[in-house]
Design a protein around this ligand. Structure first.
Ligand SMILES: [Zn+2]
Length: 340
């Protein structure tokens, strides 16, 4: 629908080109190029942070080959990442396999106490995986003596399930108690799990946008009724997804999320640690200020971690911590590393 509207507007603009203020050259709209990279429209928009309902009419290049500016007919614009953007990020190479729910093999002792994770920004959007109320017996934490690593959201078989953020499908298969399971890894390292699906619509290795339908809700695997089992994990460890999402309203709670290691405890949950929530918001503000002080380096030919560390007055260890990489990670040219 949106695509058809777009094509109509694009065709109209093609016949009656906008004139550039003060210049005689009309703006030429490259419809072929534009149609190649417009974000795929949502089949059924739910709670979403995709800000534009307008019609994309053209794209502009930026200094980064993988980032374009998308212009809309209503004179607004937004940044848009092309799929190549994700391919230069090492997040999708390290600890990557389809055989394990936790491919990291890291112990919690090795991990820092907290991380600041950017969930959405001008380049990354959000879409609620499934809007509904968390089943009262399907909360995160200890349940009947065993750990429940996510939340359960009752649904009707066949309800569409959406990718929460942009990312790459690491697992799409039938896996024991999870039934039909899809695991997506996102660029900030976060992983989201979608279990008990009746149908999977994505394959391992697929790139997905926030809001893409990745499958349909169901009751496969160890399940007593149709529901979505939804998990959020980082470095292989689960934490209560309600830290991120208010499932009842479908909204994302934070742009910048301060994930604390203690949330990995099965005894920690969003509702129990509610007071932390306020601290989290305070830290959001603090982190916003810190964000302004962050510095990045784009990897060039001949760069090594020690060279980058030396040039930026920091250490290899600090670089590894900031970027969640190991000292022997292969640095791809064009990768953006945080140096401060
Ligand atoms: Zn569950």
């Amino acid at each position: 629908m949106r695509l058809i509207r777009f094509l109509t507007v694009a065709a109209a603009l093609f016949m009656f080109p906008l004139s550039n203020a003060g210049a005689s050259e009309p703006i030429r709209i490259d419809t072929v190029r534009t149609s190649l990279i417009i974000p795929r429209p949502f089949k059924e928009p739910l709670k979403s942070m995709i800000p534009h309902d307008g019609e994309p009419i053209d794209t502009l290049d930026t200094a980064n080959d993988f980032i374009k500016v998308l212009l809309y007919a209503d004179n607004t614009w937004q940044y848009f990442k092309t799929p190549g953007f994700q391919q230069i990020s090492g997040v999708f190479d390290d600890h990557w396999n389809n055989s394990s729910t936790n491919p990291y093999g890291i112990t919690q002792e090795e991990l820092p106490d907290s991380w600041s994770l950017w969930l959405v920004d001008s380049l990354d959007q959000y879409h609620c995986p499934f809007q509904g109320e968390v089943y009262y017996r399907g909360k995160y934490g200890i349940r009947r003596g065993r750990q429940h690593q996510g939340v359960d959201l009752p649904l009707k078989v066949g309800d569409p399930i959406y990718a929460t953020f942009t990312g790459k499908v690491r697992v799409s298969k039938y896996m024991g108690g999870y039934g039909n399971l899809v695991i997506i890894r996102h660029e900030n390292g976060l992983e989201t799990f979608y279990g008990h699906l009746s149908r999977r619509d994505v394959q391992e290795g697929d790139w997905v946008n926030a809001g893409d339908v990745i499958g349909l809700g169901g009751s496969t695997g160890r399940s007593t009724g149709p529901h979505l089992h939804y998990e959020t994990r980082y470095n292989g460890f689960s934490f209560d997804p309600q830290w991120l999402i208010d499932f009842k309203t479908g909204t994302l709670r934070h742009r910048l999320f301060v994930l604390k290691k203690k949330y990995f405890s099965p005894y920690s949950s969003y509702e129990q640690d509610f007071e932390d929530e306020f601290k989290n918001e305070e830290e959001d503000k603090k982190e916003d200020a810190e964000k302004a002080a962050m510095r990045y380096h784009t990897v060039r030919s001949g760069d090594t971690l020690s060279k980058i560390a030396r040039n930026n007055g920091t250490t290899v260890n600090a670089l590894c911590r900031l970027n969640n990489i190991s000292p022997n990670t292969t640095l791809k040219i064009g990768r953006k590393l945080r140096v401060r």
